[in-house]
Design a protein around this ligand. Structure first.
Ligand code: NAD
Ligand code: 2YH
Length: 264
């Protein structure tokens, strides 16, 4: 399990603002607008308690502070507890938190204590990046390439299938690829070495791997959108510029917004 680093989270507000303007250009709506439209919810200053967690690899510098900034950006009234772990949870509830945000090395959750709704970062991230990709205003077809079909990618790809897209997909893990083919009807397509003459270009690409350079130039159509929560980035800056790619990529905020709106 790849953990976020303080370097990933540097200038989180700026990263979020830049991602927001890309999302607006790509879809016509900002991140708030997409979450509101998709989940049918609107924040009403709900109090969010952010609890640092010390288990496993421990507290990540600026993780809680980044969540606090993100929650504020999306209109939530948030605070970080002084204490971590169970004591922090107790402190959050005692101080009136309606939603708890906390993460260990495996699970990052949002739990609404009033209505019982709970969200996991991985499916929420996959679904919202897929939703953004699906709304690309300049898409030339309803064909999508989905690369990386793990805990984030699989729910995202499933969402695209459910929305009626023809999803071509690839995962380096053969078992995961076969599961996506049999349970979602995904069409196997290895972007790096497509079989025979099946080379294709896509105007919508959804990527969720922990690897760099997973999307080669050969599959990118002019001005395509790549919507990718994957860290590090799926394409180099040079390739992004050369192909005029609209890149939706941000390390924490879009997925957290999806979690928060989903539990309202
Ligand atoms: P995962 O390990 O469950 O899935 C990643 C998948 O990518 C694996 O199935 C792996 O086989 C596949 N893969 C690796 N290299 C590949 C390649 N070259 N081509 C095709 N498939 C390849 O991980 P996950 O939990 O789904 O997370 C995926 C990425 O998303 C990670 O980088 C994670 O840090 C990131 N993430 C980002 C956010 C965010 O808000 N931006 C949120 C959650 C996760
Ligand atoms: O970054 C992570 C894991 N990859 C799970 C998130 C799923 N995308 N966890 C963050 C750990 C935070 C730490 N325990 C803290 O600072 O509280």
């Amino acid at each position: 399990m790849a953990l976020l680093t303080p370097e990933d989270l540097e200038n989180i507000n700026k990263q979020l603002q830049e991602a927001d303007s890309t999302v607006r250009r790509v879809t016509g709506l900002d991140i708030k607008g997409i979450c509101k439209d998709f989940y049918g919810t609107t924040p009403c200053c709900e109090k969010v308690g952010i609890v640092p967690v010390t288990s496993g690899n421990g507290i990540i510098g600026s993780f809680s502070e980044s969540l606090n900034a993100i929650a504020g950006y999306f209109g939530f009234d948030s605070f970080i507890t002084d204490m971590p772990d169970v004591s922090g949870y107790y402190e959050a509830v005692k101080n009136g938190a309606r939603i708890i945000l906390m993460a260990d090395d495996n699970t990052f959750l949002a739990h609404n204590l009033k209505n019982g709704k709970i969200a996991n970062n991985q499916p929420c991230t996959g679904i919202i990046y897929a939703e953004i990709a699906s709304r690309y205003l300049k898409a030339d077809s309803k064909e999508v390439l989905a690369v990386g079909l793990g805990k984030v990618g699989f729910p995202g790809a499933a969402h695209l299938v459910q929305k009626g897209f023809k999803v071509y997909g690839y995962d380096a893990d053969r078992t995961l690829l076969e599961k996506s083919v049999s349970s979602l009807g995904i069409i196997p397509f290895n972007p790096v070495s497509p079989e025979g003459d099946r080379q294709r270009k896509f105007s919508i690409i959804f990527e969720a791997t922990p690897c760099a350079d997973t999307i080669p130039e050969s599959v990118i159509s002019e001005n395509c959108v790549i919507s990718t929560p994957g860290i590090p980035c799926a394409i180099s800056k040079e390739l992004q510029k050369k192909c005029g790619v609209e890149l939706v990529m941000e390390p924490l905020g879009i997925g957290t917004a999806s979690m928060l709106y989903s539990v309202l």
